[in-house]
Design a protein around this ligand. Structure first.
Ligand code: MN
Ligand code: MN
Length: 307
């Protein structure tokens, strides 16, 4: 019997690396196992696998007739198509318990920690299996990703302990550098047209009869867009001319410095300056602590428009 280990649909780094790490643990215990994933990897996960020189799991989207172990989820709607819950033999996860119901007892290890990688490190330890250095690098990356380098409210002391142990095994000295590398891959703008970047995460709003557009790019560093600032502004001008906007804003959010370089194209720039209590230098201004369009940028603009 071969067990297909799989993470959730739309796989993230934890889902992909946990499938690999759990398949390796099963194999170390004499169980035939195959790591799988339900779709292509995102750029962050690709970077991680390349960095630790590991092959991608095979793609498995249809579980008909297959024996399956679920990692990083236990919801049937996130599991592969045609899954038979009776063919699920194990769950290793860190989310709320989903709706998988079985007729027989199965192995289930779910803990309220920040990442499946942390649960898996503890399983390796419990079962006395040494973690392969490359696999340790993957698990380490997953924990940094899921906990946003320990900043997420979901991060626990157990996650920090697992990172401390895994970085030794993987010979990673600087986990901040590793996190930054993943963040850069995730937020990569290389080769993407300025118009597409402006619209990557963009919304229009009506503010007292004025059309206001706001796009946001999350970046590891503002250097990522230094060479294309003029192109981005031109894309904003074209969008404004075509859409008849009062204002178009582009938030260049520096996730590490926790603030936003706000690029402003407006019929009334002083209104935008007032909204954020700032002063434009050229066509932009730095707004410290601005991270959220929904919670910060839009409410301040609405207030300025008297909404
Ligand atoms: Mn996940
Ligand atoms: Mn996860």
């Amino acid at each position: 019997m071969t067990v297909y280990v799989t993470g959730h649909k739309n796989p993230d780094t934890d889902s992909v690396t946990a499938a690999i790490a759990y398949a390796e643990l099963l194999k170390a215990n004499g169980q035939d196992a195959i790591a799988s994933m339900q779709g292509a990897m995102n750029p962050e996960t690709e970077t991680v696998l390349k960095r630790f020189d590991m092959a991608a799991p095979e793609i498995m989207t249809d579980a008909a007739g297959k024996t399956v172990a679920l990692v990083d989820h236990s919801d049937l709607n996130q599991a592969p198509d045609n899954i038979n819950a009776d063919n699920v033999v194990a769950i290793v996860d860190h989310h709320k318990i989903g709706d998988v119901t079985t007729n027989n007892p199965i192995f289930c290890c779910v803990k309220p920690v920040g990442c499946t990688g942390t649960v898996l490190k503890q399983l390796y330890d419990t079962e006395g299996v040494a973690v392969d250095p490359k696999v340790a690098g993957l698990m380490l990356s997953a924990i940094l990703s899921d906990t946003v380098n320990f900043k997420s409210p979901t991060c626990t002391e157990e996650d920090k302990k697992a990172v401390a142990e895994l970085k030794e095994i993987a010979s990673v000295t600087d986990t901040d550098e590793l996190f930054m590398d993943m963040l850069k891959a995730k937020s990569s703008v290389d080769g993407v047209p300025a118009k597409d970047l402006l619209n990557r995460d963009y919304k229009d709003f009506d503010m007292n009869g004025n059309k206001v557009g706001c796009g946001q790019l999350e970046l590891a560093t503002l250097d990522q867009v230094a060479a294309i600032r003029d192109d981005l502004y031109k894309a904003m001008e074209e969008q404004k001319a075509a859409g008849g906007h009062h204002t178009i804003l582009l938030m260049l959010t520096d996730v590490v410095k926790e603030g936003t370089e706000l690029v402003v194209l407006s019929d009334d720039p002083s209104l935008v300056e007032g909204a954020f209590d700032g002063k434009l230098e050229g066509n932009s201004m730095w707004v410290d602590g601005m991270m959220s369009r929904k919670k910060q940028t839009v409410p301040n603009m609405q207030k300025a428009f008297g909404c």
